[in-house]
Design a protein around this ligand. Structure first.
Ligand SMILES: C[S@@+](CC[C@H](N)C(=O)[O-])C[C@H]1O[C@@H](n2cnc3c(N)ncnc32)[C@H](O)[C@@H]1O
Length: 370
């Protein structure tokens, strides 16, 4: 096919794709003149395919709503049992690339180049994917209004600096929620995104049921189902020295939120998920970490924070985990942070185990560092 840019062939999952050959930097993509393909988003598509393989009901149709080169939609069609996947991208050039990629993968599918919101006003699908540049907010209210109860959805946000607390005012404007820049910033951002989805669903007398939510690379991802109306589990929290994150009233000076305080996942389904032959080993490792922490409470602690507080060197993560488990608590690594642990132990118990497991002679003093 004659395209106005140099192309390269890539294999991703079960898909063979022709994509623009462009110099790439790491991190989120930005809108450019050519259809978009970001190889670092493979982990997003890997895990999304794994989720769809364990979907609680038979999915007959799906829409890759902002499809760019069609990478995700083609993988959906090839790696899951969805019979009919449609592709939409408002860029006509993207639609041409999608058609070429469909031909290469011997897939027959509808391709449209419409505005996403206009498209979903006149089409129904069992699953709809929303993966824009930056914030998904402009698409969510219309989506939750149009899509019936039972519709599955995947939402990607790449405005992680906003959701993670680097630009709090932008987060308040965009998501109506106050973030916090801290080691737990990504989890808070994910809970802000879920809370925003829940509120937009509630505007249309619906609710959401998350199936899998996670953070990786430079993005946050929520895969869920629209449910019948029920009160969303939203709350505000604040970080208190010696207590960790505690629930507070909305008006408190340092209140973070509103946050989704329900589970990030359907824990039973997440436990059943397994990598496929197309899942990259790194994505499989991420899935395994998510499975390990799936039913533990919100918010984790990092050994960095505890070591600063205790003015000493942190124990090895494995030793810290073992110490918590020896005392009868459940504890696991979190996928949000390399040195983070999620546990059901109370904060004073976490501190006590941490002190016990610090390398001998490493303490520089007692009490929190100023
Ligand atoms: C981040 S890319 C999508 C990447 C793709 N999902 C993948 O997995 O590679 C965002 C795409 O959304 C398209 N887009 C932006 N606004 C849109 C709108 N209102 N309706 C439909 N497509 C839109 C852009 O043309 C772009 O191709």
């Amino acid at each position: 096919m004659d395209l106005p840019f140099p192309v390269q062939e890539v294999n991703e999952g079960a898909a063979r794709l022709q994509v623009p050959e462009l110099p790439r930097r790491k991190g989120p993509g930005t809108a450019g003149p050519w259809p978009f393909y970001n190889p670092t988003m493979r982990v997003n598509r890997d895990l999304s395919a794994v989720v769809l393989a364990k979907w609680p009901r038979r999915l007959r149709s799906a829409l890759d709503g902002l499809a760019a080169c069609g990478a995700w939609g083609i993988r959906m069609r090839l790696e899951t049992r969805i019979d009919r996947v449609a592709f939409n991208d408002r860029s006509g050039l993207a639609a041409r690339v999608i058609r070429e990629n469909l031909r290469r993968n011997r897939i027959d599918a509808d391709v449209t180049s419409e505005d996403f919101v206009s498209h979903i006003r006149s089409h129904r699908y069992d699953f709809v994917d929303i993966d824009p540049f930056g914030p998904p907010t402009p698409f969510l209210a219309p989506f939750f209004k149009e899509a019936p109860v039972g519709t599955g959805f995947g939402v990607t946000a790449t405005d992680t600096a906003v959701l993670g607390g680097t630009y709090p005012q932008a987060c308040i404007r965009r998501y109506g929620a106050r973030p916090r820049r801290c080691p737990q910033g990504q989890e808070i951002g994910l809970r802000i995104l879920l809370g925003y989805c829940a509120l937009r669903a509630a505007d249309s007398s619906k609710s959401i049921r998350p199936i899998l939510s996670f953070a990786a690379e430079h993005f946050l991802r929520v895969v869920g189902i629209i449910d019948r109306q029920s009160p969303p589990p939203l709350a505000f929290v604040a970080h208190r020295d010696g207590e960790g994150f505690v629930q507070v009233r909305e008006g408190e000076r340092d209140a973070i939120g509103p946050l989704w305080m329900g589970s990030l996942h359907d824990v039973t389904l997440v436990r059943q998920m397994s990598p496929s032959e197309w899942t990259h080993p790194e994505s499989a490792r991420l899935l395994s970490t998510i499975q390990g922490e799936a039913d533990l409470p919100p918010f984790f602690v990092t050994t960095d924070e505890l070591a600063t507080r205790e003015r000493g060197s942190p124990p090895k993560l494995t030793s810290f985990l073992e110490g918590l488990r020896d005392r009868g608590h459940r504890a696991a690594r979190t996928h949000f942070h390399l040195r983070g642990i999620r546990t059901d132990a109370a904060y004073d118990e976490i501190l006590s185990v941490f002190r016990e497991r610090m390398p001998s002679g490493s303490t520089g003093g007692s009490g929190p560092a100023s």
